[in-house]
Design a protein around this ligand. Structure first.
Ligand SMILES: [Zn+2]
Length: 221
C-alpha cells in the first residue's frame, strides 16, 4: 500500500449530513465518491434487474441484501479512478459487509485508512429528515426549514415540483434510524478496534464547521 492512498469510509445516521460532507471531501481531496445509495437509486430508476430487486427493500426503509450491494461495490472499486483512494458513502452498513470489504481490499494489498463518523443527536436527525424535499425535474435537494426554495413546493433552479422521497416520511425515518442503530452502530466499535475511527461533531453545526473538522481528521494520519 502506498502512503498516498486515502481509503475513506463516511459513517453517520441518515440525516447526519453525509452527502454534503462527501461532496466537499471529493472536491478537496480528489477522491471518487462511491455512494451505494446513489448507485442503487439509479438502478431503481432505470428498472434494471438489480434495481427491481433493491426497490422493495428501499421503500420499506430496510437494508438491501448484501450480495446485491457487495457486487456493486466490488465492480466500482476495480475502476481506475479508485486505485489511489476512494470515499465510500452508505457502505459498509453491517459488520459482515465491513469484513468483506476488508478482505476485498486485502486482496489488492490495500486497507481502509480513515473512517469518519459524523455524530448528530437523534431528535435533530428526525427534524432534518422529515423536512427534506427533492426536485422532480433536476434532482436538486431542499429543506423546508434549513434550505427552503423561494416559492413553496417549486424548484428555484428549474421550476419543477418538489416532492418528499418515500424513505423520508416520518414512519420510514424512524424505521431507518432503528435499522441504523441495530446494524450500523456496531461498525463504530469495529473500526475503533482497527484504529481508524475518527469522530466529527455535527449536532447544531453548519456544514462548513463540520467540514473543518473532517478536513483535519483526513489530513492527520
Ligand atoms: Zn429542479
Amino acid at each position: 500500500m502506498t502512503t498516498a492512498q486515502l481509503n475513506v469510509i463516511l459513517l453517520g445516521a441518515p440525516g447526519a449530513g453525509k452527502g454534503t460532507q462527501a461532496e466537499r471531501i471529493v472536491a478537496r481531496f480528489g477522491l471518487p465518491h462511491i455512494s451505494t445509495g446513489d448507485m442503487l437509486r439509479t438502478a431503481v430508476a432505470a428498472g434494471t434487474e438489480m434495481g427491481l430487486a433493491a426497490q422493495k427493500f428501499m421503500e420499506a426503509g430496510a437494508l438491501v441484501p448484501d450480495e446485491v450491494v457487495i457486487g456493486v461495490v466490488r465492480e466500482r472499486l476495480a475502476e481506475d479512478d479508485a486505485a489511489q483512494g476512494f470515499l465510500l458513502d452508505g457502505f459498509p452498513r453491517t459488520i459482515e459487509q465491513a469484513e468483506r470489504l476488508d478482505a476485498m481490499l486485502a486482496d489488492e494489498d490495500r486497507a481502509v485508512t480513515h473512517v469518519i463518523l459524523i455524530e448528530v443527536p437523534e431528535d435533530e436527525l428526525i427534524k432534518r429528515l422529515a423536512g427534506r424535499r427533492m426536485c422532480r425535474g433536476c434532482g436538486k435537494g431542499y429543506h423546508i426549514v434549513f434550505n427552503p426554495p423561494q416559492r413553496e413546493g417549486v424548484c428555484d433552479a428549474c421550476g419543477s415540483e418538489l416532492y418528499q422521497r418515500t424513505d423520508d416520511n416520518e414512519a420510514t425515518v424512524r424505521n431507518r434510524l432503528e435499522v441504523y442503530r441495530a446494524q450500523t452502530e456496531p461498525l463504530v466499535g469495529y473500526y475503533e478496534g482497527h484504529g481508524v475511527l475518527r469522530s466529527a461533531f455535527g449536532g447544531g453545526k453548519m456544514p462548513d464547521e463540520v467540514f473543518t473538522q473532517v478536513e483535519q481528521l483526513l489530513e492527520a494520519d
